[in-house]
Ligand binder design. Sequence first.
Ligand code: GLN
Length: 493
Amino acid sequence: MSTDLTRLDAAVLAEKIHSREVSAVEVTEAHVQRIAEVDGALNAFLHVAGESALVTAKEVDSSLDAGNAPASALAGVPLALKDIFTTTDMPTTCASKILEGWVAPYDATLTVKLREAGIPILGKTNLDEFAMGSSTENSAYGPTRNPWDTTRIPGGSGGGSAAALASHQAPLAIGTDTGGSIRQPAAVTATVGTKPTYGTVSRFGLVACASSLDQGGPCARTVLDTALLHEVIAGHDPRDSTSIDVPVRPVVEAARQGATGDLKGVRVGVVKELHSDKYQAGVLSSFDAAVAQLTELGAEVVEVSCPSFDYALASYYLILPSEVSSNLARFDAMRYGLRVDEPGMSADQVMAATREAGFGPEVKRRIMIGTYALSAGYYDAYYGQALKVRSLIAQDFDRAYEQVDVLVSPTSPFTPWKLGEKVDDPLAMYLSDLCTLPTNLAGHCAMSVPSGLSEDDGLPVGLQILAPALADERLYRVGAAFEAARGPIGLPA
Ligand code: GLN
């Protein structure tokens, strides 16, 4: 019984729980047991909270037994939360030594929404330290392994959430996407993940990496499950000054419509700049097959050009570190977590020693790059130029969306690589983000949905679907139609 429940999708589990065919407690117990069985080999979780998840599950069961309507479409279905959202009942480490054991005094708005929706939180998932990385190897608590092949990376920074889904430790997960950290892990684990439009999911209580780019979002194994979670977490929040006060997009309806319908009348643009012979051959062939499938579904497919995308990487890797260098100044040994304090040290020395001991190499690298890019004399040449490129990218998108409804590209140029392969070569690591960065720079939305397994190595490939700001439902319509036409891929045992 218990192994069966971990194989089911969230929508199916919700239906069974709400019709009282199974209890939320049984579903949560099955997942807690699965975590105990498999996570030793994967390290997807930094903290498991079986007991508190069961308390939530019991509350859901009692409420349903009393005849109340479910608190949400996903009430009783458990979830894995990226360890960068604050939680008052579990540590929030951001996979950094500087926050080891730190328990936040307040819940993130997203955490509150999960609790109000009756979603048991199974625990906090591993990530690259402060969400900086593409492989989860920058975690201070050891890398997460890809369930498809445990010698390979699960993507990053949200590798823990993606690996938890792919290994059936959770049917739902939360990620954050600053430059691709939801979509690239989804692609390399054959799961689904959406970066919602910037400003539509609250950042209150999301520990900041780069505030103008960060966005929390839903992850699951199917497009419909992702949509159901999207509607739970989205919504205006007066506590986030960049939150947009608009109604939640109708993504569940779009996913249902997409799954049963065709794509007649939908205009799809293949981005020329995100299709290069430098990408892995098996990724390109899977992508080309996906585009053929979209055409078969009735979509009108054209090629579009966004020339400024060639500069997205350079722009992102100046803007992100600049914001990081400012945001991470708050870890000053006085207010949070770690404090290295020896007799006779001045306040400055305590601060320096704490940051030296508490931050890992990639975080330090980015703080230094950002500090340089913002320094007097270099500000215009680096940060200023990067902002200009950011505007050009938004203009290219606007022009493209005059012609088409959605854009498509591979999510990642590569299938999951071997652990250790790129750790000594930051530029090679950064290059894996080529296709995902433009969306964040423009504040738009995008999704990764599995396109299949690569013919060169049998590993997962993701199709990226992009849409303009506040048109998230388009992702779900196209994603669900594609998923239905593609058929099941299966997941590792
Ligand atoms: N891999 C990208 C980076 O290292 C994206 C990270 C993210 O989205 N959090 O910055």
